[in-house]
Design a protein around this ligand. Sequence first.
Ligand SMILES: Cc1ncc(COP(=O)(O)O)c(C=O)c1O
Length: 397
Amino acid sequence: MTEVFKGSFTQQEPIPEAGIEAAVRVMRHGRLHRYNTVGEEVAEAAMLEQEFAALVGAQYCLAVASGGYAMATALRAVGVKPGDRVLSNAFTLAPVPGAIASLGAVPVFVGVTEDLTIDLDDLDAKGDTADVLLLSHMRGHICDMDRLMQICDRHGIRVVEDCAHTMGAAWNGVPSGRHGVVGCYSCQTYKHVNAGEGGLLVTDDPDIAARAVMLSGSYMLYERHLAAPDAEVFAELRYTTPNISGRMDNLRAAILRPQLANLDTQCARWNDRYKVLEDGVRGTPGLKIVERAAVERIVGSSFQFLLLDWKADDILAVLKRCAARGVELKWFGAPEPTAFTSKYDSWRYAAAEAMPATDRVLAGIVDMRVPLTFTLDDCALIARIIRSEVSAVFQAA
Ligand SMILES: Cc1ncc(COP(=O)(O)O)c(C=O)c1O
């Protein structure tokens, strides 16, 4: 009998009851705007910031409207100006170069290795052409952060980390987002905490934090933040920093706080599923596992494997055969952007030089979401389906 998977790759878990109750409380009192507080009341958004700062060990945290907004704000706050070149990963999703382009700055793409991390030799080679790197830990793959920071320090590059896929992850014991000068996170539905939309930004730099708070649209109410610098840091900045509103509201913050408290447990559950998938497809002929570094604490909320140097038609055949058995895979090698997936040469607002080694890797990346609504048995079944379909196409090729 041919096994078929019946689950949904886009169905996340419900919001925890504590989050629902907190959200209802906010709706009952009606003070959804983060600066709409009475008396000594502390806004949910301010508490979320304080809790997230503590979670990752940062001095300062700002909650904003989206991960994309967090990245654009971080770039503005570190001083990126229109026309500046900003290095970033060739393997990432559209909001990353989009954040750079939103400032009128110019994305400069750095290649990807077979580990699905940024090509550090390419970064070194391009290091003197820009002052800022927007480093995307795409699909949760973290590069050798110690070497990356050495390279960036040598070139005088400041690093802004896109941790949309690495909230809860770490490199060598350092939480993802804490190597660079700013870490940016997303709270969009498919990420590790779910507010529908939302973003968080962390830094230890008081000037950057104050600028980010002003940029996000704090009016002159910055003293209501619990994880922002002291008022004197704002003394001059408040006159020179434009308001580009992108605040988080109390409703989303209320939904997020109980999820943050449970993040470690959720990460462990993702990793249990990832392990079953990895073990299940390991050894499939023609399929390359993306091996993870021992010092990387991963969050396996998505799973990738490589069909390196396969013909496009054969990869398409795998995708089609898996889809027919209920397994939804995405491919980064498609010539045209589809759904959530696009690649650097389809972001035509940013001229990109040819990167054949990167094109080879992208052409082989197959990707799937791992929502926590999947059981371990589901993951074992998905792995069996992938194994049998990849093997069938590989043997016929
Ligand atoms: C790699 C990556 N970075 C950043 C973002 C931006 O997050 P948001 O959707 O919250 O703007 C996303 C979201 O899809 C993403 O996948």
